[in-house]
Design a protein around this ligand. Structure first.
Ligand SMILES: *Cc1c(COP(=O)(O)O)cnc(C)c1O
Length: 397
């Protein structure tokens, strides 16, 4: 085999697979953006978006990727010179911290590495030590897509409450919204950031920011620039204000279709499907690891995200395996993003499997079966029975 005709599988953790129905929803002429069906579609779209985030508060949509949503969220509640506390559990935590620095914030970084979640204890200590209440917000990724770590957001809320600290809780849910349990309101998240191209199954291009009244109160201090200001987007006096100009028309058609799909499946059913698919990946990895160097990056299943899995496979094998799969099996796996070490600066020993959004058992078994073929072809030692183990998990439902 030197090339692989047939449908190519993209198993990277975003952009995720776009369903046919979402693609089809975009194939239509440009709509009128001043009145008519398109304008009438948007309020329901925002209501459904809030339902997926489990928020009854406000939502603003920006034309931009996750980085834009990071900046949008911060620009509304952080003024130059303000301090933010960042609990980083991988590359994306550090990335958000960089954006905060770029806006003139003083960043106090709690680096949890890539193998431990954002610990409420250390966060609480940092908050208690901040006697002058300089910290305006705690920033954390619900799921950091580089390490595939999930942090306990409700526990961080408790740390904030128990220390009596008024900082806002700002959560990046770009890799978890629509994929696993995320309760914006009941977990006490003040600002939630998301994007269209992961669990929401759409092309990249929509940055989403959800915010409550506490966050809105903080905005008054910050005087965000006209473009980033979330208020006119969330409570527009005219349709034109929703998007600070022309609406991202076809992205919104796509999002409408994706939200319909989530509603038809049921949000909790979608979470359960992601949990099952993740468990199938873990079962396969455990089986491979019994006879070779392949390992799940995170030992403790309770810390592993349900939307993405980070694996290590020693030395250069991660990159070799990815190349082999792309060239011979029609599967593209994710790179070992942000997992570099002194010995392996480019993280060639790591790879990631994205299993977020529009993924089902046969797609995942195809990816796992292709990895099995790659391990065999490259003579990378591995245990047997991985695909059977994954199938058994999927059969158990
Ligand atoms: C993908 C991702 C981002 C970055 O999103 P972009 O659209 O690439 O800017 C940020 N945070 C997390 C957790 C992500 O998964």
């Amino acid at each position: 085999m030197t090339h692989s005709p047939g449908r190519h599988a993209l198993a990277i953790p975003g952009p995720s697979v776009i369903p046919e129905r979402v693609l089809q929803a975009m194939i239509r002429p440009a709509p009128d953006i001043y009145e008519g069906p398109f304008v009438e579609m948007v309020p329901g779209l925002i209501a459904d978006l809030k339902a997926v985030a489990r928020s009854r508060h406000q939502a603003a949509i920006y034309i931009g990727n996750g980085h834009a949503a990071w900046e949008a969220a911060l620009a509304n509640v952080i003024a130059p010179g303000d301090s933010v506390l960042v609990a980083a559990t991988g590359l994306f935590g550090h990335g958000w911290a960089e954006v905060a620095r770029g806006l003139g914030a003083r960043v106090r970084l709690l680096d949890f590495g890539t193998a431990a979640p954002a610990g409420a204890q250390r966060v609480a200590e940092a908050l208690v030590a901040d006697r002058q209440r300089r910290i305006r917000a705690l920033l954390v990724c619900h799921v950091d897509t580089s390490s595939s770590l999930r942090s306990d957001i409700a526990a961080l809320r408790r740390a904030l409450d128990e220390s009596g600290h008024p900082a806002l809780l700002m959560v990046d849910a770009i890799a978890s919204l629509g994929c696993e349990r995320l309760e914006t309101d009941s977990w006490g998240i003040d600002v939630l950031v998301a994007a269209s191209q992961k669990g929401l199954m759409c092309p990249p291009g929509l940055g989403l920011v959800f915010f409550n009244d506490r966050a809105e109160a903080a905005r008054a201090r910050c005087a965000p620039s006209r473009y980033w200001d979330w208020r006119p987007r969330a409570r527009p006096e005219s349709f034109y204000q929703h998007f600070a100009g022309t609406a991202p028309t076809h992205h919104l058609f796509a999002l409408r279709a994706a939200l319909d799909m989530i509603r038809e499946e049921g949000l909790e059913a979608a979470w359960a499907r992601h949990a099952r698919l993740a468990a199938a990946v873990w079962a396969a990895a455990d089986a491979w690891g019994r006879g070779g160097p392949l390992r799940l990056h995170l030992r403790d299943p309770a810390l592993r995200a349900h939307s993405v899995t980070t694996l290590s496979i020693g030395a250069v094998h991660g990159t070799r395996l990815r190349r082999w799969l792309t060239e011979n099996a029609g599967v593209t796996l994710g790179i070992g993003l942000g997992m570099g070490t002194k010995e392996d600066p480019r993280a060639d020993g790591f790879f990631r499997i994205g299993h977020m959004g529009h993924v089902n058992a046969q797609m995942l078994l195809g990816v796992l079966g292709a990895i099995e073929a790659g391990l065999t072809a490259l003579e990378i030692p591995h245990g047997t029975g991985a695909v059977e183990a994954a199938a058994a998990v999927l059969a158990a439902g």
